[in-house]
Design a protein around this ligand. Structure first.
Ligand code: FES
Length: 155
């Protein structure tokens, strides 16, 4: 691995650690228009995702709460940062891309240029048993945007 690739990997690892220790946008969003639960039945961890979508169809605000492991919290924190300001269609595409990158390991799957930070989650591929921890919030995002009241599950 080149020095640059190693530096990027270290940077991304630090980013995940930072988001797990200091989760962004943690707490209930009282004026949410879209919500969903995400459950990992293997461990019982559960997250609630809250979005406020405006009349133009853009995500104005986002937050999450719940309990989970460090990876699931970091992933939800990165998600709530990333989706702010995105139109619904772009957030849906983002959910699809992140979950596909995590489950297939195909890093050629494009992320929108302004969502480069989400590459930090690619490192989770090195720990196959943790992939579901990282996808949990992203499945909840898909459910919230589809206004599907069934809890999203990693299974
Ligand atoms: Fe439960 Fe990671 S161990 S979501």
């Amino acid at each position: 691995m080149s020095e640059t690739a190693r530096d990027m990997q270290d940077l991304y690892r630090e980013l995940v650690l930072d988001h797990s220790r200091n989760p962004r946008h943690f707490g209930r969003l009282d004026d949410a228009t879209h919500t969903a639960d995400g459950i990992n039945p293997l461990c019982g961890d559960k997250l609630q995702l809250y979005l406020r979508v405006n009349t133009a169809g853009e995500i104005e605000s986002s937050s999450f709460e719940g309990s989970g492991c460090a990876i699931s919290i970091a992933s939800a924190s990165l998600l709530t940062d990333a989706v702010r300001g995105l139109p619904i269609a772009q957030a849906q595409a983002c959910s699809t891309a992140v979950t596909a990158r995590l489950t297939t390991g195909d890093q050629a799957i494009e992320l929108a240029a302004n969502l480069d930070k989400l590459r930090a989650l690619d490192g989770v591929r090195h720990y196959p048993s943790r992939v579901k921890c990282a996808t949990l919030a992203w499945y909840a995002l898909r459910s919230a945007l589809n206004q599907d009241n069934t809890p999203a599950t990693t299974e």
